[in-house]
Design a protein around this ligand. Structure first.
Ligand code: C5P
Length: 289
């Protein structure tokens, strides 16, 4: 078989409400996720045995990569003895709040199901994906979806009308960032899920996205967690003329743009400052084969 290629799309959180802490140490969340037109590429080629993972970011190669863990988990769970070499070309900023690592893991599961000719019921793939991380199940399908529980209970929503975003990724991400941001939240920061319910209702009624519908609990602690974030926040608002929003646990920010041309101009202005910025549309990937 020739090399198989799978795209792993990034996401933004349109809402992200942290509802409280659970006895298992995780937090209960309600979040609406949306895949966007920024992606990593994964290339799969068969090996007689073993797993090899190479990454365009050399520090992310090998066994620590979630892609390696996805392949290893699938081998163990299905008894497959064949191997694979996976090359990951990163474009999505690492530890940026855009779901890159989780999306790569979901793409690895999808690619390997095809490469190894596995017939795995959807629920089984879903529960395996949840073992890899709270955000991984969302990326098996992508598009627009509500995620609840610790993030693994997925309810698909009607596809968002094409919406253009300006993304800005400050260089502050670190590996333990998500756990650190959750720890910074105190009970008075917790929310009741009403912001997410309001957005879900709007999307089900086919209403367009508006800034007033967007919300992220982590915005209350992001400036403390990422010293220097404020300059990026203001820079994005100046370039777009729209409010900035935090994606996930940050530090990436996004703003809604009124048109693709407006988004492109704003991203160009931000890149001229030496910042990592993109103009990207919302994306609804094709359903799993
Ligand atoms: O699930 P994942 O491994 O991506 O989560 C990383 C860390 O973020 C967890 O170890 C936990 O500390 C925190 N987390 C949480 N509640 C969630 C998801 C993640 O507290 N719903």
């Amino acid at each position: 078989m020739d090399t198989l290629r799978v795209r792993a799309y990034a996401k933004v959180n349109l809402t992200l409400e942290v509802l409280g802490r659970r006895p298992d140490g995780y937090h209960q969340v309600a979040t609406v996720l949306q895949t966007i037109g920024l992606w990593d590429d994964l290339f799969f080629s068969p090996l007689p045995q073993g797993i090899e993972v190479e990454c365009s970011e050399p520090s992310l190669g090998g066994q620590d990569n979630l892609v390696y863990q996805a392949a290893s988990l699938l081998q163990r769970e299905t008894g497959v003895s064949r191997g694979v070499r996976i090359v990951v070309h990163k474009t999505i900023p690492v530890a940026g709040g855009l779901g890159g690592g989780s999306s790569d893991a979901a793409a690895a599961l999808k690619g390997l199901v095809r490469l190894w000719g596995l017939s795995l019921p959807g629920e089984r793939l879903h529960s395996l994906s949840a073992c890899l991380g709270s955000d991984v199940p969302f990326f098996l399908r992508g598009g627009t979806a509500l995620a609840q529980g610790r993030g693994e209970h997925i309810t698909p929503l009607p596809p968002l009308r094409e919406t253009w975003f300006v993304l800005l990724s400050p260089p502050f991400g670190d590996a333990g960032k998500t756990a650190r941001l959750f720890r910074l939240l105190k009970p008075h920061h917790w929310n009741d899920g009403s912001r997410t319910r309001a957005l879900v209702n709007a999307l089900r009624e086919g209403r367009p996205l508006r800034d007033a519908l967007l919300f992220n609990t982590f915005e209350a602690v992001a400036q403390d967690a990422f010293p220097g974030l404020d300059a990026y926040w203001k820079g994005l608002e100046e370039a777009t003329g729209s409010p900035a929003h935090l994606s996930g646990a940050g530090p990436s920010l996004y703003a809604i743009a009124p048109s693709p041309a407006h988004a492109a101009d704003a991203a160009t202005a931000l890149r001229a400052r030496g910042w990592r910025a993109w103009a990207v549309p919302s994306v609804t990937p094709e359903a799993l084969p």
